[in-house]
Design a protein around this ligand. Structure first.
Ligand code: HEC
Length: 104
């Protein structure tokens, strides 16, 4: 299943991107195993409940359930919710939501 494989690769890249900023502080050496030290990184957030709490303030969940997109498509849509409509969603939450919605 090539699509699944590609999605897994993109997800891996996303998780790396979500964790990288935490490696910037001068007194913490950038050990890759430090991922657990990032509170609320994309890998541990619950995309399903984030959609229910973060994505239903302006429109209903039905609007989201009616749409079917791949990971890149959801990233584009969620990014538009943030940049055009001022949705208050952190980068980590956006990743978790995109991963959840593209994997449904
Ligand atoms: C701040 C208000 C706001 C929030 C929060 C919000 N949206 Fe939206 N959304 C809109 C508006 C306004 C539209 C209609 C205009 C448009 O499509 O850009 C829309 C349209 C949509 C559509 C239909 C259009 C399309 O591209 O398929 C989807 C799907 C969607 N939103 C998903 C989401 C998801 C997922 C979230 C949570 C990450 C979210 N929205 C959070 C305001 C919001």
């Amino acid at each position: 299943m090539p699509r699944t494989h590609r999605a897994a690769t993109v997800i891996a890249l996303l998780l790396v991107a979500a964790v990288l900023p935490a490696c910037g502080s001068p007194d913490s050496p950038a050990t890759p195993g430090d991922a657990g030290a990032v509170p609320g990184s994309g890998g541990v957030l619950d995309g399903a409940s984030l959609v229910d709490t973060k994505c239903t303030t302006c429109h209903t969940r039905a609007r989201i359930d009616a749409a079917s997109k791949d990971l890149a498509g959801w990233q584009t849509t969620i990014n538009r919710m943030v940049t055009s409509h001022d949705a208050q969603i952190t980068a980590e939450e956006q990743s978790a939501i995109a991963i959840y919605l593209s994997g449904r």
